[in-house]
Design a binder for this molecule. Structure first.
Ligand SMILES: Cc1cc2nc3c(=O)[nH]c(=O)nc-3n(C[C@H](O)[C@H](O)[C@H](O)COP(=O)(O)OP(=O)(O)OC[C@H]3O[C@@H](n4cnc5c(N)ncnc54)[C@H](O)[C@@H]3O)c2cc1C
Length: 547
């Protein structure tokens, strides 16, 4: 039998949230890629359900946030990222979120997830690893038979038990390879320039629809019980997947875990209120493990992302969100390197930027988990108890100096660099994820002749033949005087509202910080701290981060 052999620029292993973001980037940037998953079907319901503001900003920049808006339960009273973003936290089961990605990838390419395909061997040709054009990674892929690749969920037998992508069940990868070898399934050799390892941490999930007399079960809440373990209850939209219940089960009862054992935990915790169920839609159990990898890449050719390189408890609802952010922050870099637009050296910043985020999250999660397993604080003076007040500070990613971030401090070593400290908001509604860098020109008061002259001089410099401006850089302008006091075509240099033979002037690149008829006043200059008489220039990377 002749073995198939082919080349691809990027191979993504694992079609979970991290893999889907990577695939979406490749599709949008136009990179030749394949995405494989050992499972024969997608995940149907859980596991993650909390969509944080930044994930929604990412979806918005790809152009499908409206679907999240329509199909989710909006969490208005429980949001760790409030006021930083214009979005609130939302709840939607992971199966639906993954469907959004599948639809988006289909819209922008003819690529499909190759399911039931398992990598069996991987090697790196070290003699060519420095040559960015070389397909120096070789993988042997094996297509599984239907039986091995199909999860219980997909077979539709009985209650979905979360066996799919679980971490309490044994992974079974070796077994799958062994079985499929017996059946002489299709083998293939693929040579790739870059590989994304997004194959998760092998998990179990659980979902039950509870019937209870607990007051207002519609709200997301956490109960920290002194007598038993803890409970977080999240209601998702009934037409999406009903209510979800999660509770911590003591490890020693693992082997006997059944829906009846799971429901006994909330029974104790909610007492004197009662909880029972008529119909169990899906259940699973999950073992909390806080692990963070040391190396996030191998020779800046193979990258680990998501649960494959850091795991934490589901309690803070961060896993899927941070997994997606990993590949959101990495995908454009690999895409633009493959396209020859940026230097491969920027790939070093994946580890330096994301490892610290992962490790900070793990220590946050350690503390956060204690809220559920430790003794609750009696009051503000009770120092030995665990209090939610510790977590009232919002956190966002704020990278330190590197070759991509111009800040005080040495960028030479690209060392781990992020503090989880509050910083400015994002403007993702303008900043679409299409692989372009952006210059955002706060042109200020364009009715002042000196201010206008400065903006014109800046534009003239950008138009020079030796300017760094290329098609991968888009310029957006925000000016600060009343819209009716200025004439776009006369008062702004052409480079800010370019002309196209087919579509005419591009009016949609110039914005005003003024009262709108329907949406109030954004007060952008005031909020970003920009003086209209002085102006400002901001450079944003393709994933919106201000460098
Ligand atoms: C009960 C529960 C609740 C959670 N709640 C939240 C929440 O509210 N918010 C949140 O942000 N996170 C939550 N999480 C965490 C979240 O589900 C994970 O962090 C997230 O799914 C990780 O995404 P990933 O793409 O890295 O991995 P996964 O989602 O695990 O995807 C990995 C993919 O790789 C495939 N794969 C595995 N091995 C191979 C292989 N050898 N070859 C090919 N393919 C392979 C798998 O089939 C799978 O499709 C929760 C987790 C659990 C268990």
């Amino acid at each position: 039998m002749t073995m198939l052999e082919s080349n691809v620029d990027v191979l993504i292993i694992g079609a979970g949230p991290a893999g889907f973001i990577a695939a979406t980037w490749m599709t949008r940037i136009g990179v030749k890629m394949r995405i494989i998953d050992k499972r024969g079907t997608k995940v149907f319901n859980g596991q993650a359900d909390g969509l944080q503001c930044q994930s929604q900003e990412i979806f918005d920049s790809f152009g499908f946030e409206d679907r999240v808006q329509n199909e989710t339960n909006h969490m208005l009273e429980f949001c760790m990222w409030a006021r930083i973003s214009r979005f609130t936290e939302k709840v939607l089961h992971q199966g639906r979120t993954e469907q959004f990605f599948l639809d988006h990838i289909k819209k922008h390419s003819d690529i499909e997830v190759e399911r039931g395909v398992l990598p069996e061997a991987l090697s790196v040709d070290m003699s060519h690893v420095e040559d960015t054009n070389s397909h120096s990674i070789t993988l042997k892929l094996r297509s599984l038979g239907d039986e091995e690749a199909t999860s219980q969920q997909a077979k539709g037998t009985g209650t979905q038990d979360g066996l799919f992508r679980s971490n309490l069940a044994r992974d079974g990868t070796d077994n799958l390879i062994h079985k499929s070898k017996e059946q002489a399934n299709l083998e293939e050799v693929v040579h790739a320039k870059y590989v994304f390892g997004c194959d998760g941490a092998n998990r179990w999930t659980r979902h039950i629809i509870p019937l209870t007399d607990f007051p207002d079960i519609r709200k997301r809440f956490a109960i920290h019980s002194t007598s038993s373990s803890s409970l977080i209850l999240t209601e998702t939209k009934p037409d999406a997947c009903g209510r979800a219940d999660r509770s911590s089960i003591k490890p020693e009862i693992k082997p006997e875990i059944r829906p009846e054992t799971i429901i006994s935990a909330p029974e104790k915790i909610l007492s004197p209120f009662t909880v029972t169920y008529n119909y169990c839609h899906r259940w699973t159990a999950y073992q909390i493990g806080q692990r963070g990898g040391r190396n996030f890449d191998l020779h800046q050719r193979i990258f680990l992302a998501g649960d494959a390189v850091h795991t934490h408890s589901p309690k803070a609802g961060q896993g899927m969100n941070v997994s997606m952010q990993d590949t959101y922050y990495l995908g454009w870099k690999v895409g633009l390197v493959v396209k020859g637009v940026v230097e491969p050296s920027i790939l070093k910043t994946y580890q330096s930027e994301r490892r610290r985020v992962a490790h900070d999250l793990i220590s946050f999660d350690h503390k956060f988990s204690r809220l559920f397993s430790g003794r609750p604080a009696k009051d503000i003076m009770d120092e030995s108890g665990v209090s939610m007040a510790e977590f009232k500070e919002k956190f966002v990613v704020d990278y330190r100096a590197s070759m991509l971030v111009a800040k005080a401090g040495s960028s030479e070593h690209q060392g781990d660099g992020t503090g989880m400290s509050p910083s400015g908001g994002r403007k993702q509604a303008w900043l679409k994820s299409d692989g372009r860098f952006r210059i955002i020109l706060f042109a200020g008061n364009m009715s002042s002749s000196s201010r206008k002259a400065r903006a014109e001089a800046f534009c003239a410099a950008l138009e020079k033949s030796d300017s760094f401006l290329k098609s991968v850089i888009e310029i957006l302008t925000l000016y600060s005087i009343r819209r009716i006091d200025i004439e776009l075509l006369n008062d702004f240099p052409v480079i800010l509202h370019s002309w196209d033979e087919k579509t005419g002037w591009d009016y949609y690149k110039v914005f005003v910080d003024d009262q709108s008829h329907h949406e109030g006043h954004g007060h952008a200059y005031e909020k970003y701290g920009v003086y209209p008489e002085r102006g400002y220039v901001v450079i944003a990377r393709p994933h919106q981060y201000v460098g």
